[in-house]
Write a protein that binds this ligand. Structure first.
Ligand SMILES: *Cc1c(COP(=O)(O)O)cnc(C)c1O
Length: 387
């Protein structure tokens, strides 16, 4: 359904059936045992409270978030259909181990000090079968979070007392190219590191990894991008359904003579008479100003260039190549979606697709098509460009 007509900001439409199809594709391609869904940053901006329960209905039982707060909100949205394993990738953060237990969240240990705190908690309440459940991240190359090789070597068997390690976690430095030689080296580091502690599921592959060689799959994939149709690496190209479409509303269309300045500066001056469409889309909605340099939107099925820069809430498309009167105030133009793929738009801006998706999705009004919403998407008078 299209957002109410009173709204003018950008509109993100999420196709739940496409997410279902992508979930099934990932499940078919992945050779390991388990696929967990990454729903950090509000499910990449799509709204974790909608996406989490939808994935749970599809059979997903393991979820990965960044923070404790995200985990608590997700558990509330998931409700009683579990049990669910919710992993918090940034570790304890500002919280105590007891908070994680109370909220049924699994902290992913980020360094040796956290491991020691969790062990204290685990031993304090330990009896048969009631160890503290944790996952452990190994730093295999990013130098961000995770135990490094020196920390791992320094651990004695007692370091794990009172703890049940349910997963080992690693992240490749070229996650988008899992079969790159650098990644193969890091895989070996991951295998060596995990062998130094208790046996547990090993989680290394993310979206691109699932579509890479099976030797990099291990036991539990952490998949975000692929579920949302984001092509997170060359191996994923052509394998997924488009699940998100961002559209911007046309506020005004005007015919202007040659020599007309467009945008601040002016950013551009018309070389001849042109027809310009002012769009309610700007950097305040998460669109980088770089989008104006070579960026396009799709108006009534045709790609048209942006001109004159990106302001906080506005930008301008040159729609002169379309027949007069085709584009009108109130129309919606596509910023990314089925007609202009998110990853291709991002590539033209030299950024990763998620760096375009997350802020623009968060900056848009979101609607959901398919699934429970009945599938009657975006009709009711919206003048949409036909492909
Ligand atoms: C975001 C993230 C993922 C998910 O990556 P996708 O490429 O979106 O599937 C997996 N693991 C970690 C550690 C992450 O930060």
């Amino acid at each position: 359904m299209k957002p109410d007509d009173a709204g003018e900001g950008p509109w993100l439409e999420v196709d739940l059936d496409a997410i279902s199809a992508n979930w099934r594709t990932v499940g078919q391609v992945y050779s390991g045992g388990r696929v967990g869904a990454v729903v950090k940053h509000d499910a990449y901006g799509l709204d974790a409270s909608r996406i989490g329960p939808w994935l749970a209905r599809l059979g997903c039982r393991h979820f990965w978030v960044d923070t404790y707060d995200e985990g608590v909100r997700l558990q509330a949205a998931l409700g009683d259909g579990g049990p669910f394993g919710v992993f918090v990738m940034h570790g304890l953060g500002a919280r105590d181990p007891a908070d994680f237990e109370a909220a049924s969240l699994i902290p992913v240990v980020t360094d040796a000090a956290e491991l020691a705190r969790l062990r204290t908690q685990g031993r304090a309440r330990s009896g048969p079968g009631c160890a503290m459940r944790i996952a452990v991240q190994l730093d295999i190359g990013l130098t961000r979070l995770g135990l490094n090789e020196a920390e791992l070597r320094a651990l004695t068997p007692q370091a794990w007392e009172g703890l049940e390690v349910v997963a080992w976690v690693g992240q490749l430095s070229r996650f988008d190219r899992p079969d790159d030689p650098v990644c193969l080296e890091q895989q070996q580091r991951f295998v060596r590191g995990t062998a130094a502690g208790p046996a547990a599921e090993r989680s290394l592959a993310c979206s691109a990894g699932v579509f890479g060689s099976p030797q990099g799959h291990f036991d539990h994939a952490r998949v975000g991008s692929a579920l949302y149709g984001v092509v997170a690496g060359p191996m994923v190209e052509g394998r997924l359904q488009t699940a998100v479409t961002l559209r911007a509303r046309v506020l005004r269309v005007q015919r202007v003579p040659a020599g007309t300045g467009v945008g601040y500066g002016p950013g551009w001056t018309t070389p001849e008479a042109r027809t310009l469409a002012t769009l309610a889309l700007g950097y305040g909605h998460g669109l980088l100003p770089a989008f104006a340099e070579g960026g396009h939107v799709v108006a009534r099925g045709q790609r048209v260039p942006l001109r004159g820069g990106v302001a906080m809430g506005l930008c301008t498309a040159d729609v002169s190549t379309l027949p007069e009167g085709q584009v009108r105030a109130g129309d919606w133009v596509e910023v990314y979606g089925a007609q202009q793929a998110l990853h291709e738009v991002a590539r033209a801006m030299s950024i990763s697709p998620n760096a375009l998706l997350v802020p623009t999705a968060k900056g848009a009004r979101r609607t959901y098509a398919g699934g429970d919403s009945g599938g009657a998407a975006a009709q009711a008078g919206a003048r949409e460009p036909s492909p």
